[in-house]
Structure formats: C-alpha cells, structure tokens
Design a protein around this ligand. Structure first.
Ligand code: AMP
Length: 125
C-alpha cells in the first residue's frame, strides 16, 4: 500500500545551500554528497551530510531504491568524521525523522556530532 509522504520542497534550505543561494561552511563535497557545518551546533563539531539533487525528505520517505545511496552516505559520513579528527574520541551519527525527533529540514541529512563527550542518545524535552 502507498504511504502518504509529503512532497519534496525544492526551495527547502538545504536545496538552496546546494544551489549556493545561501552560504554554507563546507567541509567536504563530491559528486553525490555535500557536508557543511551546522549553523546552530549541538556539539563542538557538528556537521551535516546531504545528498545532492532531489533527495528523500527524510527517513519517512525512504524506499528500497535509497538503500545504496544511504549506505554511501553513511560511509561518507564516517570518512568525514575521520578527516575531522573525531575517530579517536568517538562521535555520533543521527538521522531525525518527523516531529518527535525535531526534524526541521525535509531534505535527508545525517548529523555528525562529536568533539566532546555527548549526552544521552535521547532525552525528552
Ligand atoms: P533536523 O533537526 O534534523 O532537521 O536538522 C536540521 C539542522 O539544520 C539543524 O541542526 C539546524 O541547525 C541546521 N540548519 C538550518 N539551517 C542551516 C543553515 N543555513 N546552515 C547550516 N545548518 C543549518
């Protein structure tokens, strides 16, 4: 059965970053992914990895067709974390999905968080 998933907004903030309509502090890019520092960091190092193009809005929109891209995005995030010096101390990779997770941007993105001991994986507000 088809699930109802909100349509991709081509003017979401990450689409605009990809089109260089608004600035970003990029730390990595290749043909498929761009990574840049989060504007409101939740850890000493907080980077977002996003796919180029019209990406899934988030986990809510994933299908089996996204499996390979998601694998590459995860491996790319680990490579970026290593390049940012996070491997020794450790780091966290996060995908937020929907309201309870506080998702605000509906272009899939993986958070890389590290640089200091992080708090619990989740706490209620
Ligand atoms: P999420 O809550 O998972 O949707 O994460 C969206 C993230 O995007 C938040 O951590 C925001 O601080 C971050 N963000 C929003 N606008 C920008 C921007 N212009 N540049 C960099 N990060 C941004």
């Amino acid at each position: 059965m088809e699930r109802a998933v909100a349509a991709y907004d081509p003017d979401n903030i990450f689409a605009r970053i990809l089109r260089d309509e608004i600035p970003s502090d990029r730390v990595y890019e290749d043909d498929e992914f761009v990574a840049f520092r989060d504007i409101a960091p939740s850890a000493p190092t907080h980077v977002l990895v996003i796919p180029r193009g019209e990406a899934p809005t988030g986990p809510q929109a994933f299908t089996t067709e996204d499996e390979a891209m998601l694998g590459r995005m995860t491996v790319t995030a680990t490579r970026i974390a290593r390049e940012l010096g996070l491997e020794e101390g450790g780091y966290r990779l996060v995908l937020n999905n929907g309201a309870d997770a506080g998702q605000t941007v509906f272009h899939v993105h993986m958070h890389i968080l590290g640089g200091a001991p992080l708090g619990p994986v989740a706490s209620t507000a």
